[in-house]
Structures are given as structure tokens and as C-alpha cells.
Design a protein around this ligand. Structure first.
Ligand code: ATP
Length: 370
């Protein structure tokens, strides 16, 4: 059994935190700059010291040098206390096999980031197409196995049939579910959420998923203070739209999580307000759920909120890792300031406003001291 909480408590609070910045491509640098301005202002208010180091990675670097991230930078990023990433990849920049460059996936594999945390909260003032009052959920997507397990398998070329492999291991599933139950406890303490975990699976058909459910049940038994439910992925997906209030923490397989986390993001206002964090027990990379959005880059209209909320998540994670209340306070201050701006404006066009990146960023910084 993995004791995530006791692991966290072993790492003590620090004088300052080293933050690696990976702005990347498209709107990545615009939204990372916005988030750093908010982080810096919020940290200054609380006398929390954050030191930033910027690294170049992504499609732009690949075009100039033939590599999307240098080995030295891959290594250096792993030494930081946390990483804030913008977005990487551009549809016009592709490798010889036709795929887009994705150093963020290489980082996931290199540092064993087995879970992607994707909180989706409907903030007052943000329009939603779904009729819902109070949506505040955290979708946890497993990111190293499931239907991505065979990504590097050798494949015999065929024009008749091609298969992908879905593998579930006990080791990863236990880590994933322990994290999910721990997150439910943390959220109950800091966000006032109910303390509940729902597993989404296809255990009625797939043997791998029946095993996933068995491991989930074992872990759930170890957390009697947290409620739990199991739903089939098809009905569970529908409920994101028909009854999103029923969810607190949702945990699921890699591809199911990829899809359902974007449905959840859509319910709460879209990619411009959806933060995320890829974590292992030791490393954390925080980034908006959106991509590099080349259609709007350089126009000063990208919504910086997803990245600002990712920066707040990063601080919440540092607070848990280092048992450091200052980080938790600064995270709460950023979330509150962002909520005020989402309610009163200014807002960017993707959530129905007519403002821009710069004005929203300035307003969040101003709201920190209001
Ligand atoms: P990826 O595959 O890299 O995740 P994607 O193909 O899903 O990327 P995005 O780059 O996320 O696409 O963009 C999808 C759509 O959402 C685009 O129309 C884009 O302009 C819009 N979008 C994404 N992020 C933002 C943002 N921060 N603010 C406003 N609009 C955004």
C-alpha cells in the first residue's frame, strides 16, 4: 500500500521554491507571462519567495535545431520544485512520421507522471450551455498506461487490421486510486467539497477494466471516511452533462479521462478556464488544458485564466508536498482574485467578453489587493 500522505510530510517547507517555466508555442508564452505576473504579485503579498528559470522547448525550437527539448533542459526541469508549462506543438511543424512534436509527453514518461489532475469548477459569471448550479469536480486521468500502454509497441504494418493495447497494472492503479482518495480529502478540507470518488470504467465488457474496478474497491475500503461510486463510462459520460453536480473526484483510465475531462471543461466554460497538473509522487508539471491555439496567438485575446488557475494548483501541490501553509494561502488568494474577475469582468471573448489577455491579467493582479 502506498502512503502518499506520509511521503508528502517527509519533504519539509522551504525558504524559496524553484519554478521552471516552459512557455512553449503559440499562445503558451502569452498565458505563461500572464500567470507569472499574477504569481509574482500574489507571492510578494505573502512574502513567499519564488525563483523562475525559463527553458525553451516546443515546435519553435524543433524548427531551428531539430530537437524539441534539449537533454540538459529535460534534466534541469526535473530538479525544479515545480514546472509551469504553456502549450507545445504547432500543426504546421511535424516530425518525419507525420506526428506533432510533444515534449510534454516525453516529460510525462521521463518523470513517471502517472496522473493528470483536471479540476473543473463553474465560476459565477462564466456562461455554460449546461443548466447547472454548482459544479466543482476534479477529473483524474491516468496517463502512463490504459489504452496508451502500447504506444511504443513494435507494429507490423498492415492495411487490413491494426490493434492498440489496453493494459492496467496493479502498481499504477493503486497509486492512482490512493491519489484520488487523498485528493478527495484535501479538497474537502480546502474547498468544502463532499469527499467522494467516482470510478468510470467499462468493467461489464473489458477484462482489464474489471481488474481496474477490483483494485478500486480494495483501495476504497482503506478510506471509509470518503464516499465512493462506480459507474460505466457511457452512463457516467452522460451524467457530466445531465447531472454534473453529482461529481466530486472522478478517476478513470487514460483515454476515458482524456475525453471526459474535456467534456467537463466544456460544461464549466471551455478550455480557456480549465487548468491541469500532471503529477507523480515527486514531480508536478502544471499547465492549461488547452493547446497552443495558433489561430489566436499574437492577438492578445487568449484567455489567461486556465494558466493562472494552473499556477494556483501548482502552489496547492507545493503546499501539500512541503506542508507549507504559505503556498496554500497564496493559491487561495489567486483563486479568489480570479473568481472576482470572472464574475465582474473584464472577460476574454471565449467566455462571452470583449476584453483581452492584458486587461484580464491586470484585473486579476489588482483584485489580489482589493
Ligand atoms: P492540442 O491538441 O495541442 O491540445 P487542440 O487542437 O485541442 O490543441 P487548442 O490549441 O486547445 O486545440 O485550441 C482549440 C480551440 O480553442 C481553438 O479555437 C482555440 O483558439 C481555442 N482556445 C484554446 N485555448 C484558448 C484560450 N486560452 N483562450 C481562448 N481560446 C482558446
Amino acid at each position: 500500500m502506498i502512503h502518499i500522505k506520509s511521503f508528502w510530510r517527509q519533504v519539509m517547507s522551504k525558504a524559496h521554491y524553484e519554478i521552471a517555466l516552459l512557455p512553449g508555442d503559440g499562445i503558451g508564452p502569452e498565458v505563461v507571462d500572464a500567470a507569472v505576473r499574477v504569481l509574482t504579485a500574489a507571492a510578494d503579498h505573502a512574502d513567499l519567495k519564488l525563483a523562475y528559470t525559463r527553458y525553451e522547448a516546443g515546435a519553435g525550437l524543433y524548427q531551428r535545431t531539430g530537437e524539441s527539448m534539449s537533454e540538459a533542459d529535460m534534466e534541469a526541469v526535473g530538479q525544479a520544485d515545480a514546472v509551469l508549462l504553456g502549450a507545445m506543438g504547432l500543426p504546421t511543424v511535424r516530425k518525419a512520421d507525420g506526428t506533432e512534436i510533444a515534449p510534454q509527453i516525453d516529460l510525462r514518461e521521463r518523470y513517471g507522471l502517472f496522473a493528470s489532475l483536471r479540476p473543473c469548477e463553474l465560476f459565477p459569471g462564466v456562461p455554460s450551455r449546461v443548466k447547472a448550479d454548482k459544479v466543482n469536480m476534479l477529473v483524474i486521468r491516468e496517463t502512463t498506461e490504459g489504452l496508451f500502454a502500447g504506444r511504443h509497441d513494435k507494429l507490423e504494418p498492415s492495411d487490413e487490421a491494426v490493434s492498440d493495447r489496453l493494459t492496467i497494472t496493479r502498481a499504477t492503479s493503486e497509486k492512482l486510486f490512493e491519489l484520488a482518495f487523498e485528493q478527495a480529502k484535501q479538497r474537502r478540507a480546502t474547498h468544502g467539497t463532499p469527499g467522494h470518488v467516482t470510478l468510470l470504467d467499462k468493467s461489464n465488457v473489458l477484462r482489464s477494466n474489471a481488474f481496474l474496478r477490483k483494485v478500486f474497491d480494495e483501495v476504497a475500503e482503506r478510506h471509509p471516511d470518503i464516499g465512493s461510486a462506480r459507474l460505466y463510462i457511457d452512463a457516467g459520460s452522460m451524467m457530466f452533462v445531465t447531472n454534473p453536480e453529482r461529481y466530486d473526484v472522478v478517476v478513470t483510465e487514460n483515454v476515458f479521462g482524456d475525453i471526459t475531462s474535456e467534456i467537463a471543461a466544456g460544461v464549466v466554460g471551455g478550455l480557456g478556464v480549465a487548468p491541469s497538473g500532471d503529477v507523480s509522487l515527486k514531480h508536478g508539471i502544471f499547465q492549461p488544458s488547452h493547446g497552443s491555439a495558433p489561430d489566436i496567438s499574437g492577438k492578445n485575446i487568449a484567455n489567461p485564466v486556465a494558466t493562472i488557475l494552473s499556477a494556483a494548483m501548482m502552489l496547492e501541490w507545493l503546499a501539500q508536498q512541503h506542508d507549507d501553509k504559505r503556498c496554500a494561502q497564496v493559491a487561495a488568494a489567486i483563486r479568489n482574485a480570479t473568481a472576482k474577475v470572472l464574475l465582474a469582468g473584464p472577460r476574454t471573448p471565449d467566455i462571452g467578453g470583449d476584453s483581452n489577455t492584458e486587461s484580464v491579467t491586470k484585473a486579476v493582479v489588482a483584485a489580489l489587493s482589493a
